[in-house]
Each structure stands twice: as structure tokens, then as C-alpha cells.
Design a protein around this ligand. Structure first.
Ligand code: MRU
Length: 376
């Protein structure tokens, strides 16, 4: 469905429960066309994530949460029976589908941990109802819906809190560089790396934002530049090889990026090219900040070398966006979708529970202690 609405008025991901569908903005068509599409089957959800119609770590997590709910909801079981013996039988039917679809959705992209984080969270809630024989299957399904909606609602709050902490790191009039799209389009409202920018905009900070185009899929040019310009932010588009030039010229006071997975030592996977920006920033003395919801922090991995890095098709480099193929036929292509920024290049990791600083092994654990203390 085509729409003329401003991109900021649209929801990145929405559950249309009555229609048994997830509605997303097809991000592969932006900024030229704004189209909402509905995902109904497991294959449609898997493809939308794999093809980056919905993308960015938090949005992938939210889509997976809605996806596993809908696919479980659609299983045909007697919904009203409150006979305890029937609970076990019907629950087992739901469980078979839940497990199968969870594994399937989890295979759509490997790097952003929010995908498995959301699916595991849904599984925990689901399995907690297994022994509760007083529950009807309608109630089981309803509880799953509530959890999926909670993942989305929390994302909005988490991003806003990241924005507040991030804003303490910059001052009015600063130049901020960002890479890829960690904006509204990757999450549910403020984005992560753009949250300080949006809050600053609301408060008249007058930031000058520089958005890397982000080869090969151009999330910076197509998405970040688009959404920030739509919000009235002063944004300038850069090619990926220009960050040194703007930093050398003194135009950048801070870099904010999002992330797909942070290891326990602070090493951070984000869109390919991020680590180059971090190295350049260190050279020019510009602080490089990673904005990371705790859902993106994976303490089970000691270092970034354990983070699985997605490899994508060569055509994204050689053909996409060009009228004609621009590289020699049969040329070998290396197309990793992410790289890992070494923790030594990161000035701070901005979470919803505050800003972690080196040594990250300690500070990230402390962030999680606070999270547990908050009962989250
Ligand atoms: O391949 P993408 O577009 O899903 O990659 C997205 C990024 O690398 C983002 O920077 C990251 O997911 C953070 S979004 C808060």
C-alpha cells in the first residue's frame, strides 16, 4: 500500500492482530517510494528480514516477536477448553509449531542478537505457561501477544533513555557523524544513535549531522539522511571515504553509531565500515560512542571475534544501484555486512541504564546489575 504520509508518522513495525499480519514500511524502496507491506506467513516474515525490508537490530527483534506470536496464534487448537488434561495435549501442538518457527525465524540473519534475544524472551514466556493447566490456549496466545507488544513498547522507552544519556555527551551546535541507519527506521521511534539527535532537535540544540552513505546498501543515504531531513535536522550526506576529511576539518565533535551485537569486552559489531570510522575518530581525537540497548549486549560472548558476521551476495556490491553492472564479470567480491570495532576505539557505550566506559568487562556487567535491580 502506497502512502503519502511523512515517514516520521509511520510505524516501522506494527502488529495488525485482527488481520493476522505484521505491517512494515518496505525499507528497500525508500526514499523514492513509501509503501507499507503486510507479512502473514513464516516465509514472508523471514524474507522481509533477510531482504532488509525491515532492518536494524531493534526492529528485527520486534518483528521476530510479532512473528512468533502470529505463527503460534494461527495454529488450529481448541482455544476455550479448560479441562486440565487437554491443556497438555493442546500445548504440545502449539509447542511443536513454536519451536519450528522460532528456529526458522532465527536463521534469517545472524549478526543482530536482538533477533534471538526477542525469540528467546518469547520462548521463556511461552514455556512458563506449559505447566499452568488452568490456562486455555486462548489465554496462552494472548499472553504471547502481550509480550510481543511489550518488546515494542520497551524499545521506545529504551531509545528515549539512550537519547537522554547521549545528549549529555554533546553540546548545542556540535557536529555529529553517524554511520548506517540507527534511526527511527531501525527501531520504533527515536532510534538508538539518532536518539540524542532527535532529543537535541526537540530542545533546539542545532546539531550539524553528517550521515555516511553506507555502502553497499546505502542505509545512510536512503534512510538516515531521509528521516533526519524529514525531521528538520541539518544533515549532510557523505560518501563512506569522507569521514577523515570532515574530522580533519574540525567539523565533527562526536560520532554516534548503533550496533548489532556488543561482546562482554565491549567489542562491537555494527554495519560494515563502522570500525574504519572509529579508527579515524581516534586519530583525530573525536570521541566515538556506541548506542546500545541492553538487548543488543551479548555477555555470553567474551570478545568480538565470536560474533557471527553475515556475508551477503556479491551483486549488492557489483550491480545494485547501478544502471549497468559496474564491475568486471566474475570478479571475486568480499561482502561482509558488518565489522567489529575494537573496544579500545570506543569512548563509551550508551545504554538505557547509563554510559559504560572502559574497562567494559566491568562496566557492562554493572549495567546489567542495574537492569536486574530495576526488575527488568
Ligand atoms: O544491515 P542492517 O541495515 O540491518 O544493519 C543495521 C545496522 O548496522 C545498524 O547500525 C544497527 O542495527 C543498529 S540499529 C539500532
Amino acid at each position: 500500500m502506497k502512502t503519502e504520509k511523512n515517514i516520521l508518522e509511520l510505524e516501522t513495525v506494527a502488529l495488525l492482530d485482527d488481520e493476522n499480519a505484521i505491517e512494515i514500511i518496505d525499507q528497500t524502496l525508500l526514499p523514492g517510494r513509501t509503501e507499507l507491506i503486510r507479512l502473514r506467513t513464516a516465509e514472508e516474515i523471514w524474507n522481509a528480514i533477510y531482504l532488509l525490508q525491515v532492518r536494524g537490530a531493534p526492529a528485527i527483534g520486534v518483528t521476530a516477536g510479532f512473528g512468533i506470536y502470529l505463527l503460534t496464534k494461527l495454529v488450529n487448537v481448541p482455544e476455550e477448553s479448560d479441562i486440565p488434561e487437554k491443556h497438555d495435549e493442546n500445548f504440545a501442538i502449539l509447542e511443536e509449531t513454536f519451536r519450528k518457527q522460532k528456529a526458522y525465524l532465527d536463521s534469517s540473519r545472524p549478526t543482530a542478537v536482538n533477533l534471538s534475544w526477542a525469540l528467546n524472551r518469547m520462548e521463556k514466556v511461552f514455556l512458563s505457561m506449559k505447566e499452568n493447566r488452568a490456562l486455555t490456549m486462548r489465554e496462552v496466545k494472548e499472553r504471547l501477544r502481550q509480550e510481543a507488544e511489550a518488546i515494542k513498547e520497551e524499545d521506545i522507552d529504551v531509545c528515549r533513555r539512550i537519547g537522554e544519556y547521549g545528549l549529555t555527551l554533546v553540546k548545542p551546535g556540535d557536529g555529529i557523524l553517524t554511520h548506517c541507519n540507527a534511526g527511527k527506521l531501525c527501531a520504533c521511534r527515536y532510534g538508538t544513535a539518532t536518539a540524542p539527535i532527535y532529543l537535541g532537535q526537540e530542545r533546539g540544540y542545532g546539531f550539524h549531522v553528517y550521515a555516511d552513505e553506507t555502502r553497499p546498501l546505502l542505509q545512510g543515504a536512503r534512510l538516515t539522511a531521509y528521516e533526519l531531513a524529514s525531521a528538520g535536522v541539518d544533515v549532510t550526506l557523505l560518501c563512506d571515504n569522507m569521514s577523515a576529511s570532515v574530522m580533519q576539518a574540525g567539523k565533527i565533535q562526536a560520532v554516534f553509531v548503533g550496533c548489532d551485537r556488543v561482546a562482554a569486552n565491549g567489542d562491537t559489531a555494527n554495519k560494515i565500515g563502522t570500525s574504519v570510522v572509529a579508527a579515524v575518530a581516534q586519530h583525530y581525537g573525536v570521541p566515538f560512542y556506541v548506542c546500545a540497548p541492553t538487548a543488543t549486549i551479548d555477555l555470553s560472548l567474551k570478545t568480538g571475534s565470536e560474533i557471527p558476521i553475515e556475508q551477503r551476495k556479491p551483486e549488492e556490491v557489483t550491480e545494485m544501484w547501478y544502471k549497468e553492472r559496474m564491475a568486471p564479470k566474475n570478479i571475486k567480491v568480499y561482502n561482509p555486512a558488518f565489522d567489529v570495532t575494537d573496544h579500545s576505539l570506543i569512548a563509551g557505550i550508551v545504554t538505557e541504564f547509563g554510559i559504560a566506559r572502559a574497562p567494559y568487562d566491568e562496566s557492562l556487567r554493572e549495567i546489567f546489575r542495574q537492569k536486574e535491580g530495576d526488575g527488568v
